[in-house]
Design a protein around this ligand. Sequence first.
Ligand SMILES: NC(=O)c1ccc[n+]([C@@H]2O[C@H](COP(=O)([O-])OP(=O)(O)OC[C@H]3O[C@@H](n4cnc5c(N)ncnc54)[C@H](O)[C@@H]3O)[C@@H](O)[C@H]2O)c1
Ligand SMILES: Nc1nc(=O)c(N)c(NC[C@H](O)[C@H](O)[C@H](O)COP(=O)(O)O)[nH]1
Length: 262
Amino acid sequence: MFIIYFPVFSNNRAYMSLLPLVPSLKPFLEDYLPRPGSNKPFVTLTYAQSLDSRIAAKPGEQTKISHLETKTMTHYIRSKHDGIMVGIGTVLADDPKLNCRFEADDGHISTPRPVILDPTGKWVYNKSQLRSVCDDNKGLAPFILIDDTVTPSNEDIEVIEKQGGAFVKLPLLSSSNRIDNWKVILAKLFELGIKSIMIEGGASIINDLLIYNEVVDSLIITIGPVFLGKDGVEVSPSKHADLIDIKWWQGIQDSVLCARLT
Ligand SMILES: NC(=O)c1ccc[n+]([C@@H]2O[C@H](COP(=O)([O-])OP(=O)(O)OC[C@H]3O[C@@H](n4cnc5c(N)ncnc54)[C@H](O)[C@@H]3O)[C@@H](O)[C@H]2O)c1
Ligand SMILES: Nc1nc(=O)c(N)c(NC[C@H](O)[C@H](O)[C@H](O)COP(=O)(O)O)[nH]1
C-alpha cells in the first residue's frame, strides 16, 4: 500500500465532501477486501449501476448513481488497494481524480496508484484533472498502459515522470482477444509493486471481467434506485455469469452486493 500523509485542513473541500463511513460497512466488506499471498494482484471489480443495469445515462457521460454514503464506501475501498484502474472511455467521460479522500481514524490517507488502460494513447494527460490533483500532492501520478507501438507526447512523458508516474508499454493491440490482455496487464502491475487493484470500469472492462473469474477475486456492486433507460451505458456480460458468497447491505438509498464469480 502506498501511504501518503496529507495535512488535513478544515477548509479542504475535497475531503469535506465525504460523509463519515457507516460503521456496518467495515465488517460487511471485510471478507471481500485484498488478502496477501498470491502471485497476481488481488482484483476487486466494483461499480455503481442503476436498476436497469446502466452505469451512465449516455455514452461518454458521467452520471451520479450512488448516494454520498456509498461514495464514502468507494473511497474506503480505494484506501485498501495499491492501485485503481479505469479504461480510457471512463477517463474521457469523467476526467476523474482517482485519489482517495477517505481518512483513517488516525488521519492518514492511503491513496492508490491510478492505472489507466489506454492502448491507443488517446489521453492528453497534461490537460487532465488528475495532473492537477498530482501537482497539488493530493494523489499519485498514474501508470498509463499503452500499446508497444504508441509514442506519447514529450510533454506528457516529462510531466508524468516528474510526478513519479510512468507510461507502461505492453503488447495490447496485437492479441486477437482483449481478454487475453488481462494476464499480461496483471503480471506487469504485480512486477511494478501493485499487489491489489480496484477496477472501477467502465462498461467495456466490466463486461469483459464479469465472465473472467480467473482474474476477478471480489465483486462489489452498488445499486442505486433509478432507471437510466435504454440510451444508458449497459453492463451485461456476453454470457451467463453465476455468483457465489453473496452478501447484501442496505443503506439510506442504495444497496450493495458483495460476491465472487464462479
Ligand atoms: N457507474 C460507475 O460505477 C462507472 C464506473 C466507471 C465508468 N463509468 C462510465 O462508463 C462509461 C465508460 O465506459 P466505456 O465502456 O465507454 O469505457 P472504458 O472505461 O471501459 O474504456 C474502454 C476502453 O478501454 C480499453 N480496453 C478495455 N479493455 C481492454 C483490454 N482488455 N485490453 C486493452 N484495452 C482495453 C479500450 O481502449 C476500450 O476502448 C462512462 O460513461 C463512465 O462515466 C461508470
Ligand atoms: N461509486 C460510484 N458511483 C457513481 O454514481 C458513479 N458514477 C461512479 N463512477 C465511477 C468512476 O470510476 C469514478 O467515480 C469517476 O471516474 C470519478 O472518479 P473520481 O471520484 O473523480 O476519483 N462510481
